[in-house]
Design a protein around this ligand. Structure first.
Ligand code: M6R
Length: 619
């Protein structure tokens, strides 16, 4: 994970780096640091904690240099200490480096360099690399001026030839004023092309306020920057002609506005987010879906015999719901796997399998690795992704953008419900190529179009859900129970609560309770129970009664108009009656609100929960 930034231009670098780091803080917030070239010296400021702490520490240093790099860390190798914070300096102070990723052979590099007299001040893998660059620089002769070659760039290139693992790096050299060298392999890096200035970042969010012109670096590419020029080469020293993309990034989407937390903002944005995600997705006659970017003809899609859906965390939950809907409506077999498991399991696969990966960030390394593995085996992989230009979006054979704008809160909310929606639209699309009738298609589309309004109605219950949250914030354990398409929503509810409030929570299929988890039921372990209207409503009520019989507290989420026996629900939340394809979306809202308000009640750092990062770019 970690976020890296770089600036070379005519302005003071430090404030620009700090601004960029604030935008990247979602990638990690254990510590933050920056390095600026001040004449012939590299000045480093680093602090454990948030970027604000770094900003306060940097202010009195009056850093005036116009070339610098910065980092916000999610600790992998070495604890959360100032010494382990980036940037790291080579032991002679001549190079500074920020790194996102993991250098897997760092121990061997360290041993090699230690034997040559290099010293190390941190426990990080990164420090091995910055010293390796210094080592190669010392060996590298100054190139003849007419070659146009840079000794600095060449030293980084040579060092990287010996590195195993993943990296997005930016490097400063004390002897090279006005220059930055950067490189990537399996960790994202974007160049921003400004007016006589260049910026670097792990994500466009960090540079969108200064430029709209960006170049996405590819794996194995190195970048040499000065204020007026940039050059990209491959590891094999071939020049890469740059492709400059223009981003349309809504910076307002990344602002908090009147909300207390991004998570709150993003929960309440969901009606609009769903509208954006479904815009243009339906055929003119309103009976099926319309996807521009699948890069598969209907005839090719008709030949698909099985879908495999891959994702991690919340996205994996969205895959589980999509599985339910595709099998239910399109009658097509679906398998869901954790991306991290799939890539190493070597599952036997039929030739007519089509893959979908789901990822909000498009940078989750496990999901990217699974995508690459499936493509390596010759399968087509489509992506459902929210981040335009992300690694997954670029490497997939086609896909669907979620179009919900930046999601900043670490706990995924609007990205999740839009993934649920897109899963439902994919189910429709395939169903209409198979057995679903025109009229059923019309009804399905009408139901999906109603989703934003239904979500608004659930959001209107926020004050009541807040009260319920207040009454439950002191519990140490909680169960989330649901069946069929709401079993994954139970998992999602439990994940939301765990990650932002640190309350232990388990999601379970409601009928599985009696096979073990019912042993946990007691007055000290409330159960959030999904019991919507439907064929198995009575069975769900029986399961709730089993909890009540064991003096468990229940928060029941049911459909308006459903009658529950007296005394079954200690707390009741109502969902509007809706189509089966919309139910998971609508049912998600109460558990998002419940988790959010419990976390607020407990005084937790909702948007930046401990130990987490938004984008998980390490295995
Ligand atoms: O960016 P991705 O959708 O690939 O992220 C996958 C998970 O890391 C993510 O959903 C994570 O579980 C969230 N923190 C959940 O709120």
């Amino acid at each position: 994970m970690c976020g890296i930034v770089g600036y070379v231009g005519r302005q003071k670098a430090a404030p620009i780096l700090i601004e960029g780091l604030k935008r990247l803080e979602y990638r990690g917030y254990d510590s933050a640091g920056l390095a600026v070239l001040q004449g012939p010296r590299i000045e480093v400021v680093k602090k454990t904690g948030r970027v604000d702490v770094l900003a306060k520490a940097a202010a009195p240093r009056r850093l005036a240099g116009a070339t610098g790099i910065g980092h916000t860390r999610w600790a992998t190798h070495g604890g959360v200490t100032e010494a382990n914070a980036h940037p790291h300096l080579s032991s002679d102070g001549s190079f500074a480096l920020v790194h996102n990723g993991v250098i897997e052979n760092h121990a061997a590099i360290r041993r090699f360099l230690a034997a040559k007299g290099y010293t190390f001040a941190s426990e990080t893998d990164t420090e091995a690399l910055v010293n390796l660059i210094a080592y190669h620089h010392a060996k590298e002769p100054e190139p003849a001026p007419d070659t146009g070659k840079s000794r600095f760039l060449e030293s980084v290139r040579r060092a990287l030839m010996h590195v195993e693992g993943a990296y997005g790096i930016a490097v400063l050299c004390a002897a090279c004023p006005g220059e930055i060298v950067a490189a990537r392999k399996a960790s994202p890096l974007v160049l921003g092309v400004g007016d006589r200035e260049h910026l670097l970042a792990s994500d466009v969010a960090a540079l969108a306020s200064r430029t709209q012109n960006v170049v996405y670096l590819k794996d194995g590419e190195l970048l040499h920057l000065t204020p007026g020029r940039f050059a990209i080469i491959t590891q094999d020293e071939e020049d890469v002609p740059p492709v400059v993309d223009r981003i349309t990034w809504d910076t307002a989407g990344a602002e908090l506005g009147d909300h207390r937390h991004f998570m709150e903002k993003e929960i309440f944005e969901q009606p609009a987010a769903l509208e954006n995600a479904m815009r243009g997705r339906f055929s003119e006659d309103g009976s099926t879906a319309n996807f521009g970017g699948l890069n598969l003809t209907p005839a090719e899609l008709r030949q698909v015999g099985r879908l495999v859906l891959l994702g991690c965390g919340t996205a994996w939950h969205a895959c589980l719901v999509a599985e339910h809907l595709v099998e239910r409506f399109a009658r097509l077999p679906v398998e869901v796997d954790y991306a991290s498991e799939f890539r190493y399991r070597n599952t036997p696969l039929d030739r007519d399998t089509l893959f979908f990966v789901m990822s909000q960030s498009g940078e989750t390394i496990d999901t990217l690795g699974a995508l690459r593995e499936a493509r390596r085996k010759g399968f087509k992989v489509l992506a459902i992704n929210n981040t335009v230009g992300s690694s997954i979006a670029r490497e997939a054979d086609g896909g669907i953008y979620q179009h919900v704008g930046p999601e900043i809160g670490v706990a995924s909310t609007k990205a999740f419900t839009s993934q649920l929606l897109l899963g439902a639209i994919i189910a429709l699309y395939i169903a209409r190529m198979r057995d679903m009738s025109y009229n059923d298609g019309l009804e399905y589309v009408k139901a999906l179009k109603a989703a934003p309004g239904l979500v608004r109605r659930v959001l209107a219950q926020a004050p009541r859900i807040r009260e319920i949250a207040r009454r439950h914030a002191h519990y140490k354990d909680m169960l989330f129970l649901g069946r069929l398409s709401l079993f994954p929503i139970a998992l999602e509810g439990a994940l939301k609560l765990k990650e932002i409030s640190y309350i232990h929570a388990e999601g379970y299929p409601a009928a599985e309770m009696k096979h073990g988890p019912i042993a946990l039921v007691s007055p000290e372990c409330p159960a959030v129970f999904f019991a919507p209207k439907g064929e198995i409503f009575n069975k769900l009520v029986s399961s709730i009664q089993e909890i009540k019989a064991r003096r468990g507290r229940t928060i029941v989420i049911t459909t308006e108009g459903c009658e529950l026996p007296p005394g079954v629900a200690d707390e009741l939340i109502h969902l509007p009656d809706c189509h089966e394809a919309v139910l998971p979306i609508v049912a998600t809202i109460p558990v998002q609100l419940l988790s959010y308000y419990i976390a607020v009640e407990l005084g937790c750092d909702v948007d930046k929960p401990r130990n987490l990062a938004k984008s998980v770019t390490v295995e």
